[in-house]
Design a protein. Structure first.
Length: 579
């Protein structure tokens, strides 16, 4: 809402009137000059909520007749409804007309359906609020309709895809056309229980199965529901305790993945020059870990839900890599959603809807940056749909359970505590939770202290700042609703993990004075504050410490069978058999 300036202050109305009489006298009334708008209806459309916003459209305002004695012609714009995100200033195009640009809201923020807005245009010569008489025909309304199609169905997925022989398990089955499903069968073995959550989601429990690959068969009565993914059952790995060395000592660890289907460890190594960064892969075969193969640049790693792609983020791109050969398959540059050249891709976790959630950081100084989604199948970036907040985060860290149903996101380095956020794979939306946490990281520029989960997401462990200014770091355990169940305070802990079955929490501790390190275990079946430490078989001393202070990021993973811990730091990787 701004006045339209003219060529001369005495007769500014010359911009929008076809003929100018001598200045003096009024210009409004039932027989005075009039206005018209074209068009009076606008229609926008988008294929689905992940589509880009449609192109802007323009509305033309025409002043008909002569205004006398006017010094300024005021145009007041008011927008109601959700379809329109903004309307630009009215810009002169000739002596009688001006145009305004109408911008549709992002499909991400609205979701599927029909959305509307009304743009009310008032024109006067009295004041910027048009509180006095208006030109004939004013106000007028432009009605806006915005249709957004349904989101594409998620790719077929079984999450977690890999289970352990001799032990049943729970999975989330993701796809489409599930309403009315009456049967879920793994190979030839029916599910012991299942529930249809919606058209794109089934929760199912599979029985104890021998090692092998099991097609998932879904039916609705006699009709077969098309589904392409499989459940993979592997033998318990039974890894002995071992220490793995790097080809060369990195400056910082940048990611750790355990590929349970192929029994391989993949680590990301960061060096002072990014072109020297490496992805190294250790294959376990014939009872031993084989020498690593290497690849190139990265900041973090994740395995796609079906295990066919290794996803590696670097400062400005996401690479898809063959998880066996480490051959580069594709590279997608970071999208220009943020115009700030200091934004870099920081961390990555994979949800079960076919999207990876990518956090970001700020290279120079500090600042809030964008959160991205990356569709693995199409190798494309987008922004997650959000409601009532901006999609920017201060050095976000993210974690997800093995079933990929939700992604928890915390901002690091903010005081006091701020709300956490959650991305839900079922809806594809990002929302603010009612849970507040002052997340702790010794270095906010690196991916440290991500939330750790059990396989089903019923327990989460995450680090927060000390309860007192001089106290140790607090490691809290929370349930699926973010209710705090218990915690421990520790000055020696560098990393933590939760057992797949949610029965235990584990920590990796390094004594600052001696450099000695060990693995501790805590009971999550009878949790309290402080957490009850398990002393039978624990702590486990490590002959070679995988990290030494200052350690930077340390990654701690547990095998799906729950019998092996993988701990990677700035020195090497420890493989630890868990009693």
């Amino acid at each position: 809402m701004r006045p339209i300036p003219g060529a001369a202050r005495a007769c500014i109305a010359i911009l929008l009137v076809s003929a100018l009489a001598a200045c003096g006298g009024g210009g409004s009334g039932s027989t005075g000059p009039s206005i018209s708008l074209s068009p009076t209806t606008l229609s926008f459309s988008a294929d689905n909520p992940t589509s880009p916003a449609p192109p802007s459209q323009t509305v033309t305002l025409t002043v008909n007749g002569t205004i006398t004695g006017a010094s300024t012609l005021y145009v007041k714009l008011q927008v109601t409804g959700t379809a329109v995100s903004s309307v630009g200033d009215v810009v002169q195009v000739n002596s009688t007309q001006g145009r305004a640009t109408v911008n549709a809201a992002s499909p991400f923020t609205l979701g599927s359906g029909t959305h509307t807005s009304a743009i009310t245009v008032s024109v006067c010569t009295t004041d910027i609020d048009c509180s006095g008489p208006q030109l004939r025909g004013s106000p007028q309304t432009v009605n806006v309709t915005y249709r957004i199609g349904a989101p594409p169905p998620p790719p077929d997925a079984v999450a977690p895809r890999v289970g352990t022989a001799g032990a049943g398990g729970e999975v989330v089955i993701r796809g489409s056309g599930f309403v009315g499903a009456t049967s879920v069968v793994f190979g030839s073995s029916p599910a012991t229980a299942f529930s249809v959550v919606g058209d794109t989601e089934i929760h199912a429990t599979y029985p104890s199965l021998p090692a092998g690959t099991y097609p998932v068969h879904l039916q609705a009565g006699a009709a077969v529901i098309r589904f392409t993914e499989t459940l993979v059952i592997v033998p318990p790995p039974g890894h002995p305790t071992a220490s793995l060395s790097y080809p060369s000592a990195p400056q910082v660890l940048r990611g750790l993945v355990y590929d349970a289907e192929r029994d391989a460890l993949i680590a990301g190594l960061g060096f002072s020059t990014s072109s020297s960064n490496q992805i190294v892969r250790y294959q376990f075969s014939s009872g031993a870990w084989q020498a690593p193969a290497t690849h190139a640049d990265l900041r973090d790693l994740a395995l796609s839900m079906n295990g066919s792609r290794l996803l590696a983020v670097s400062d400005g791109a996401l690479a898809q890599v063959d998880p066996v050969t480490l051959a580069l398959l594709s590279t997608t540059p970071k999208p220009p959603f943020s115009s700030d050249p200091s934004e870099y891709l920081k961390g990555i976790v994979v949800a079960n809807d076919g999207n990876a959630v990518v956090t970001t950081g700020y290279k120079f100084g500090s600042g809030s940056t964008t959160l991205y989604l990356h569709a693995v199948a199409t190798s494309t970036f987008s922004a997650p749909p959000v409601v009532n907040f901006f999609n920017v985060f201060y050095y976000g860290v993210a974690g997800t359970p093995a079933n990929g149903a939700t992604v928890a996101i915390f901002e690091t380095g903010l005081t006091p505590a701020v709300p956490s956020f959650q991305y839900a794979a079922a809806s594809g939306r990002l929302s603010r939770t009612g849970f507040q946490l002052e997340h702790f990281s010794p270095d906010i520029s690196e991916n440290i202290n991500q939330p750790a989960f059990d396989a089903a997401g019923s327990r989460m462990m995450v680090a927060s700042v000390p309860d007192s200014p001089v106290g140790p770091i607090v490691y809290g355990v929370y349930d699926a609703t973010y209710a705090r169940l218990g915690s421990l305070s520790s000055a020696t802990t560098l990393a933590y993990a939760v057992a797949p079955g949610a029965s235990r929490a584990y920590t990796f501790d390094v004594d600052a004075a001696s450099g000695a390190c060990h693995v501790r275990a805590f009971d999550l079946l009878k949790i309290a504050t402080p957490l009850s430490e398990i002393t039978s078989g624990f702590p486990i001393p490590l002959a070679t410490c995988p990290a030494q202070r200052p350690a930077g990021p340390v990654r701690f993973l547990i095998s799906p069978a729950g019998d092996t811990a993988f701990i990677a730091g700035n020195v090497g990787i420890a493989v630890v058999h868990l009693p």
